[in-house]
Write a protein that binds this ligand. Structure first.
Ligand code: IMP
Length: 194
């Protein structure tokens, strides 16, 4: 069985391949010679995941899925949300994004936030949507060297360390991405075992 992950991010594809049963062959956009950057013009994570999955389904007719993730800060009305990667500009600069978060949170005591991942899939002519969410809070200093993006300023609920301090092993068990991928995998197993 062939499944396309609508991403150019090889790291994500390698990670997911490790989780899939061997009979599912996972390919990236690059693997199917799709070199376009699919425009993420949706106004929600789910809309963006759907745009990318739809693109592959309708252009190539292949079973596929796409993901989109972001950080939502309660007191900022869910920002940066879909704009997480480019919050401080098109250069996708993690440090500048973090500084912008701190600027926006100045003088605010509520720093509750969550990370969300949406996965949208087309399998056997059916569509599926999965969400993963991890709640926590933003801190006003950077802590830890692991991870990427907003990891050094996000402390998940029930912990006293940032994602960047907790490290890959713990993060990969509790993260928004891990939760969304787990429900996607259980649906995949259900479909393919029918
Ligand atoms: P993507 O959809 O996985 O590419 O994520 C979009 C943006 O959200 C990233 O560029 C990061 O800024 C932010 N983000 C998503 N997931 C994480 C995470 O696990 N840690 C930190 N930042 C993240």
């Amino acid at each position: 069985m062939i499944l396309i992950f609508a991403t150019h991010n090889d790291y994500k594809v390698i990670e997911l391949r490790k989780l899939l049963p061997p009979e599912i062959k996972l390919y990236s956009l690059t693997d199917i010679a799709c070199h376009e950057e699919i425009p993420e013009t949706g106004n929600s994570l789910e809309a963006n995941a759907k745009i990318k999955a739809d693109y592959v389904k309708y252009k190539y007719g292949l079973d596929c899925f796409a993901d989109d993730s972001g950080l939502e800060i309660e007191v900022l009305g869910g920002a940066p949300g879909v704009h997480s990667a480019r919050y401080a500009g098109d250069q996708k600069d993690n440090e500048a994004n973090i500084k912008k978060v701190w600027k926006e949170l100045k003088g605010k005591s509520n720093t509750k936030a969550c990370f969300k991942t949406q996965i949208y899939a087309h399998i056997y002519n059916q569509s599926f949507s999965f969400e993963g969410r991890v709640d926590g809070k933003i801190i006003l200093e950077s802590k830890g060297l692991g991870g990427f993006g907003y990891d050094p300023i996000f402390i998940p609920k029930g912990y006293d360390k940032t994602f960047a301090e907790l490290g890959e092993e713990i993060k990969n068990k509790i993260s928004h991405r891990a939760i969304a991928v787990a429900s996607f995998l259980s649906t995949l197993q259900h479909i393919y075992n029918k």
